[in-house]
Design a protein around this ligand. Structure first.
Ligand code: M6R
Length: 366
């Protein structure tokens, strides 16, 4: 079932272009340039009328939630809070019947996320599930939702479920923004066109696998890593760090790039690899100057840049190139090289990447 791949994780990383096409199937119409989601058609008023969204999840699903916040706030101009399900459920949170709670869970069985859903339901919120496993406990407990349809995920480290979650969140945010009259016809069609191109762009990124495998060797004995990104790239940095921790057992932290000078820069020396997601964006120059600061302290920089970049390429020790993508869709392509980096480092270290120590695929106890 590994289709010739040595591990499920690698297979699932490579499955992503196909999974993302499946996730869009029947929802995105490339010819008409439109999106439909049955949950939105069925509950249009409730969803478009929400005063606030609260996204709950754990681990990777929480990281997808952070991207969802940026997508929904920018397309719908409605406030969004993102909560660790475990914190939310025990905090006596303020929830009202005008809120929509989005529960994100690959397995649909995570105990804390399920408890957060039950609590929000009691308080009268409307619950939207984003799950992978059809008929799972969380999927059954929600009022409506959209499956991510990426197929079974076997590797304990989540990969294709993350990009599937981000895709569903992008479709939901775009569609609701359109319903609310905030997204213009032009932006709508432009974004749909951007979505349709994602699987092809993912394939382009996967072509750099052997380059990533080559330089990953240099980091076999690293003891720490820092991951930096801003805006849509910040949750990607958190997710990249989580992947490395989970399967290679190397300590890694993700930070918003501008926070570096508020503390973590003290850690940077010749022993500290820093992964920087530095794709073209409005904040490119600021990220460039963060890289200069790291190099001035002899840190080793692995940069994820947009193809055609010249400035960062001069400074970084290793560069991974991404095809140019709409900024709001960046996480869908930028997360792939970080999955591969974590994978190859873990394999060089001789770790069991599909079954990392101390972890279970679904956390059904708190
Ligand atoms: O099944 P869920 O999405 O609810 O799982 C949540 C987390 O346990 C999960 O994402 C975990 O962090 C993964 N091992 C990450 O790779």
């Amino acid at each position: 079932e590994k289709n010739g791949f040595p591990h499920f994780m690698l297979k699932e990383i490579y499955d992503q272009p196909g999974c993302i096409s499946d996730c869009m199937g029947g929802r995105v119409n490339p010819d008409a340039g439109t999106v439909t989601l049955s949950a939105v058609s069925n509950f249009k008023e409730r969803l478009a009328g929400a005063h606030r969204f609260i996204i709950v999840g754990c681990g990777t699903s929480w990281h997808a939630g952070l991207i969802g916040k940026q997508l929904i706030e920018s397309f719908c101009r409605v406030p969004v809070e993102v909560e660790y399900a475990s914190e939310f459920r025990y905090r006596n949170p303020v929830i009202s019947s005008d809120d929509v709670v989005i529960a994100i869970s690959q397995s649909g069985e995570t105990a804390d996320t399920l408890a957060a859903v039950e609590l929000a339901k009691e308080k009268g919120a409307f619950i939207y599930g984003i799950c992978n496993v059809v008929g799972s406990s969380i999927a059954r407990a929600t009022d409506t939702g959209s499956y991510i349809h990426v197929g079974p995920e076997i590797g304990v480290a989540s990969t294709k479920a993350f990009t599937g979650q981000v895709m569903v969140l992008a479709l939901l945010a775009l569609l609701l923004g359109k319903e609310k009259g905030i997204v213009s016809e032009e932006e709508y069609h432009q974004t749909v066109a951007g979505l349709v191109e994602i699987p092809g762009k993912m394939r382009e990124v996967l072509k750099q696998d052997s380059l990533i495998a080559d330089f990953s060797k240099m980091f076999t004995y690293a003891r720490n890593f820092i991951y930096l990104g801003r805006g849509y790239a910040f949750p990607v940095a958190l997710e990249g760090a989580l992947k490395l921790k989970e399967i290679s057992y190397i300590h890694a932290e993700g930070y918003p790039a501008a926070e570096m000078k508020h503390g973590p820069i003290a850690l940077v020396d010749a022993e500290m690899p820093v992964v920087v997601i530095a794709a073209q964006s409005a904040l490119y120059d600021k990220v460039l100057s963060n890289i200069q600061e790291i190099k001035a302290r002899k840190g080793r920089v692995i940069a994820v840049v947009t193809r055609g970049d010249t400035e960062i390429k001069k400074l970084a020790d290793y560069c991974i190139e991404l095809p140019d993508t709409l900024e709001c869709l960046l996480p869908l392509v930028a997360s792939i090289p970080l999955q591969l980096l974590a994978y190859h480092i873990a394999v060089y270290r001789g770790m069991d990447v599909d079954q990392p120590r101390n972890l279970a695929k679904s956390v059904t106890v708190e």
